[in-house]
Unconditional design. Sequence first.
Length: 317
Amino acid sequence: MKVFLLFFLGVFPMEIKKTNGIQKDEFQTSSGKFSVYFLGHASLFFTYNDQVIYVDPCSQYGDYSSLPKATLILITHHHFDHAGGIFPLIEFLKSKNSNIEIWTTEEMYTLIQNPASYIEKAKKGFKDVVGDLTEIPERFFSIQSSDSFLDLSDEFKIKMLRTPGHCNDHISPIIVNSFNDKICFLGEAFGINLKSDLFPIPASSAPAFNSTLYRNSIAKLLEMAPDIAIFSHFGGIQGKQNIKNTGENALFMLDSFQSFIRDSYCESGKTQDVVQCIYEKYEDTIATLSLDKELSKDLAFTIVYGCMQDMGLKARK
């Protein structure tokens, strides 16, 4: 499988660097420099003054042996491409004598610790990309309540903002500093962003996608008015107005996506025809960091089928 780096720069000035082959993006905040290191797919870590925090580790991406010591891992949701690298990452961090905590909600913890409930469906669609998911020792987890602020240090606090829609356990962590700068890890709450025009397609993966919750989560994020927002797939946005525009574009794209699917299905009546139409229309958008053409079609199928289930065109299984 061909692996290639794809980074979206957006419409704002940032300092772009590479460190040991890792894409590094730097944002200026009121209390100092905020640096994000993209390891691949949804996996990244960030540094902010003396804090080093990993987000959504995926076992297929990133040579952990060359990465810095950290004490906190944040997960946006339980899917294999966001939580599948927890075990090798904590093994690496243990070797560096890190006191590691994985922050999740109760709902997410239950799903992460029961990979058998979804692993076969994931492998059916995404094959070897899934990797081997392993139950994590309970002692590493710290179960947090969603939607409440938690202290990271004297200078930083974090809200585990609940943003269901893509899946029910989805959260979008928001870090706030003492100057009230807000930095949000969107996960897939705004959808999948691979285009420089900032019109993300919906992250409507079957079987859990719920468009009502998805819309409500976008509204909740826009109400928080973050200064910086980081996509899982991929890149970042700086500036409240840019983020607001992108959220509104995400809602527009959901409407467009649903209308196109409905019209295509009414005309054909065949799911595969609808998937092919969507794939052709959004071929340069329906891809992730390391998916080849066949896997991109698998992704097209799951996001189309998720929309069809949500619209009542297909039964949920």
